[in-house]
Design a protein around this ligand. Structure first.
Ligand code: ADP
Length: 485
């Protein structure tokens, strides 16, 4: 409000008093201090896992680490912590920058709740807690919501409830009246002191004492509160230290006037394309990326060549004109935009050029036809390739779906390793969605390392990954998560 008044005053619309100016200055200083504190917290949160990675990596390098596997585990956990932190920061940045947009979909409400509870059941079981879903018999079959964000809110609250409860139960109570949905997450855990009730919603704020010994970075509630607010709802906390906490989220979730039509059956997997053979040149200094994209395109019938620097790329293109070039922006010492410019000059507009980058470019050159952010989902790349080449895909005819294919496919895991395996499987599912093959491999290795019993599952996953059958891989991961032990 204050800055508005000041700007009015600067424009000569009314006069700001000295008090108003002071208040505006104090507000600006407070905001600045909050930002400094926030950055100091981010640096602090990054430093400890980074130190662990740095230290252990050096030990292994010198051959001094007696137990390389244990070191690798610390490195992986630290990396996971960092990845989690980055995801949280991106969420916060999106919310703060007003860049977060919500989708509005008709979701099957009762199924949505069941799935949510099933996702966290293993975690609760592992701590010997009962996870209860308390809901009225009659709930609307469909409500409008952004499923991803609503899920994120409820998972944050339920995961916290499980984390901060050592005995008893965690309950998700759902009420729905006049389009107002009330979700209450009730736990019998350590509780939150009244003096902490407000600050735990701020980024990086965590309570000291026994709570501080549990893993976390203190972003969950800040994100949860921000999401609830942008969904137009409210969040409340009631808690008695030593007895438990109760977080209440109230949201307007309207009902669709008529039940939405069933989604069209999923298109079968792409197996090839119609027409003459096309030649694709891949340019990237990351050998792994080249291997992944080659592995995706070759089985579909493309002729694929690869180059890891500008000179090789230009030479290969000169030998035999490719139909499409997929070129990374950062090529070590070379610049992808310059490669694109030269290719365009030499080969004209008939050559389609798609640029790829792990970072959003500040400015894009004029010589390419399309741009893809890395990491990308395979489908995104295929859509782009089809679009650029004007080709039509040949798809596997939709196989009839068995009742629960995953249930048949997934080996059961012993109870002791199932909760940990579930976390890896959730991560694998997420990585499949973004097509991050190297990270998927790491997760499968971690899964295999859990216990000998996880070996066969890991083998099946590796086989699926080797044949780029990411759908089957996601199916296996999902089945373990939902079936558990
Ligand atoms: P994190 O869980 O990563 O520490 P959050 O922002 O989700 O971060 O939570 C902030 C803090 O709020 C936690 O560290 C904990 O001290 C407290 N807290 C959150 N939920 C609960 C709960 N259900 N019971 C007790 N304390 C909680």
């Amino acid at each position: 409000m204050m800055p508005g008044r000041i700007s009015n005053w600067l424009r000569g619309e009314g006069e700001a008093s000295l008090d108003q100016l002071r208040a505006a200055r104090d507000a600006a200083e407070a905001a600045n201090e909050a930002k400094t504190r926030f950055l100091a917290n981010v640096a602090h949160e990054i430093r400890s896992p980074l130190n662990a990675i740095y230290g252990y990596a050096q030990l292994i390098e010198r051959g001094e680490g007696r137990d390389a596997l244990a070191a690798a585990r610390v490195i992986r956990r630290s990396a996971e912590h960092l990845a989690h932190l980055v995801e949280g920061l991106l969420d916060i940045a999106q919310v703060e920058g007003g860049a977060m947009t919500l989708t509005r979909e008709a979701i099957r409400f009762p199924e949505f709740l069941d799935q949510l509870v099933a996702m966290l059941d293993l975690q609760a079981q592992a701590k010997g807690l009962a996870l209860v879903l308390e809901r009225p018999e009659r709930l609307p079959e469909f409500v409008h919501a952004d499923p991803k964000r609503l899920r994120q809110v409820l998972i944050n609250l339920l995961a916290n409830a499980i984390k901060f409860t050592d005995a008893g139960s965690v309950t998700l109570k759902v009420d729905y009246r006049n389009e107002l949905a009330t979700f209450t997450v009730i736990d019998t855990g350590i509780g939150i002191a009244p003096e902490d009730a407000e600050r735990i919603f701020a980024p990086f704020e965590r309570v000291g004492g026994p709570a501080a010994e549990r893993p976390g970075v203190g972003l969950g509630l800040a994100i949860t509160q921000a999401l609830v607010h942008i969904m137009g709802g409210e969040i409340r906390l009631d808690s008695t230290p030593g007895q438990g906490s109760r977080f209440t989220v109230r949201l307007m979730l309207s009902q669709p006037l008529s039940p939405p039509s069933e989604p069209a059956p999923e298109a079968g997997a792409v197996t090839g394309y119609v027409g003459r053979e096309r030649w694709v040149l891949l340019v990237d200094d990351d050998a792994e990326h080249l291997a992944v994209v080659r592995g995706l395109l070759e089985p579909l019938g493309f002729q694929v060549s690869t180059a890891s620097d500008a000179d090789t790329a230009l030479a290969l293109a000169a030998q035999s004109q490719p139909d499409l070039v997929l070129c990374d922006v950062a090529l070590g010492d070379d610049n992808g935009w310059e490669v694109a410019a030269q290719l365009r000059r030499r080969h004209g507009a008939a050559l389609r050029i798609v640029m790829l980058s792990g970072e959003a470019p500040l400015a894009q050159g004029p010589d390419h036809d399309s741009f893809i952010m890395k990491p990308f989902a395979f489908d995104t790349l295929l859509d782009c390739v089809a679009d650029q080449l004007g080709i039509e895909w040949v798809r596997a005819s939709g196989e009839p779906r068995a009742a629960t294919p995953e249930a048949r496919a997934a080996p059961r895991l012993p109870l002791v390793i199932a909760p940990v395996a579930a976390a890896h499987c959730a991560e694998i599912e997420r990585l499949v969605r973004i097509g991050h093959v190297r990270a998927i491999e790491t997760e499968i290795d971690a899964l295999a390392a859990l216990a000998p019993e996880a070996g066969p599952l890991a083998e099946r996953m590796r086989a699926a990954l080797d044949s780029f059958d990411l759908k089957a891989l996601a199916g296996l991961a999902k089945a373990v998560r939902t079936i558990g032990a």
